[in-house]
Design a protein around this ligand. Structure first.
Ligand code: PRP
Length: 206
């Protein structure tokens, strides 16, 4: 299912990020704030169970998450999204997956994958600010499923309709959360109107 997260604080922050004059420092801070603003909706369907809870006065009942959460930033740009999630979910585990395009075949390839134990028991939240062709997200999710993951949701800031369609076709069981859905891709696979290359803008690279 596709969840389009609409919020005035997110849309106004995103407008600042699209501006090419926004510095790396402000870009990183803005991506972090958008990530944090997305957390309540992304996590709203996590299951909880009843647990005993002590107060200073008596014993009562509370709630706790049924399963651990593992955040999975897709390198590099996903790292920009990670801190906003960790701000609100500091107990989460963290997995890293690095994906690059093979320059000859143009197919996405994994250059690093490290994750905590028992990903089959966890709720995985895959993070990447950009969903363009969908190649990176599809590849990352396929690798996590091969590794035993059973519950995966995908979160991006900007999505292209082409990437959403491709991801939904490849992994229909994965819920997609996006803060904005832009018009289309250009001939090089960049999102239009977009904000440029999120990884380069986050880290000041060219
Ligand atoms: C960008 C972006 C996504 C991916 C989206 O990463 O951060 O990971 O492209 O494109 P896709 O949907 O067509 O796969 P990039 O490959 O530029 O790497 P980087 O994050 O290291 O800059």
């Amino acid at each position: 299912m596709l969840h389009s997260i609409e919020h005035p604080l997110i849309s106004s922050e995103l407008t600042r990020l699209r501006n090419p004059d926004t510095s790396s420092r402000d870009f990183r801070a803005g991506v972090r704030r958008i990530a944090a603003l997305m957390v309540p909706q992304v996590t709203a369907s996590l299951q909880t169970c009843v647990t005993e809870c002590n107060t200073p006065l008596e014993i009562t009942s509370g709630e706790k998450l049924v399963r651990p959460v593992i955040l999975v930033p897709i390198l590099r740009a996903g790292l920009g999204f990670l801190d906003g999630f960790l701000d609100l979910m500091p107990d989460s585990g963290i997995a890293h997956i690095g994906i690059a395009r093979n320059e000859e075949t143009l197919a996405p390839e994994t250059y690093v994958l490290k994750h905590p134990e028992k990903i089959d028991e966890a709720e995985l939240i895959v993070l990447d600010p950009m969903l363009a062709t969908g190649g990176s997200a599809i590849h990352a999710i396929s690798r996590l499923l091969e590794g035993g993951a059973k519950r995966i949701r995908f979160v991006c800031m900007l999505a292209a309709p082409e990437g959403i369609a491709a991801l939904r076709t490849a992994h229909p069981e994965v819920d997609i959360y996006a803060a904005a859905i832009d018009r289309c891709l250009d001939a090089k696979g960049f999102i239009l109107p977009g904000l440029g290359d999120a990884g380069d803008r986050l880290f000041g690279t060219i």
